[in-house]
Design a binder for this molecule. Structure first.
Ligand code: FEO
Length: 172
């Protein structure tokens, strides 16, 4: 069943937000590369790719339901990343913004009695919990590391181990 116009617009806004998230992670990756933290940069680039997967999941959902997915104008990423701690704090703040948007989408879908989007939105609710938790853990480790250079390099090396993912929505 097709989504109504209002809900289609809300899903399209979420597509834009996922692409925006991808650009935020790309910029943060650049900032970490510039600070000689290649492992963190690699982790952030993988996360940028995962955000494309998220956008594609919404695109596929709209297309499968006979709606029209549209990509809006992606704003330039505004991030503070003077240090690794600032970088991951920026990432967490953006994830919290995305989580809030997903909750609003759930509410809008429920109000429209759009039961068909429930499985997709439930997946995203769980995904946001996981993403916020992962980044919070990294922030906790960065705080423990403090000014300890070797500790920061060990953390950087650990984050470089993240497996490479595809950007296709049906890969998971
Ligand atoms: Fe697609 Fe990290 O939220």
């Amino acid at each position: 069943m097709m989504l109504g116009n209002e809900l289609e617009d809300a899903f399209n806004r979420q597509i834009l937000l996922e692409f925006e998230a991808s650009m935020v992670y790309r910029q943060l990756a650049i900032e970490m590369d510039l600070r000689d933290l290649p492992g963190m940069a690699a982790w952030l680039r993988h996360q940028a790719d995962e955000e494309i997967v998220h956008a594609n999941k919404f695109i596929d959902h709209l297309a499968d339901r006979g709606n029209h997915p549209k990509i809006g104008t992606v704003p330039a990423p505004q991030v503070a990343a003077g240090t690794a701690l600032e970088c991951f704090t920026s990432a967490l703040e953006h994830e919290q913004k995305v989580s809030a948007a997903i909750r609003q989408l759930v509410q809008a879908a429920e109000e429209c009695h759009d039961f068909d989007s429930r499985p997709l939105l439930s997946w995203f609710l769980s995904e946001q919990i996981e993403e916020e938790s992962t980044i919070s853990e990294i922030i906790g480790q960065l705080k423990l590391t403090g000014d300890d250079g070797p500790g920061l390099l060990r953390l950087d090396s650990g984050l470089s181990q993240r497996p490479v993912a595809t950007t296709e929505a049906d890969a998971e």
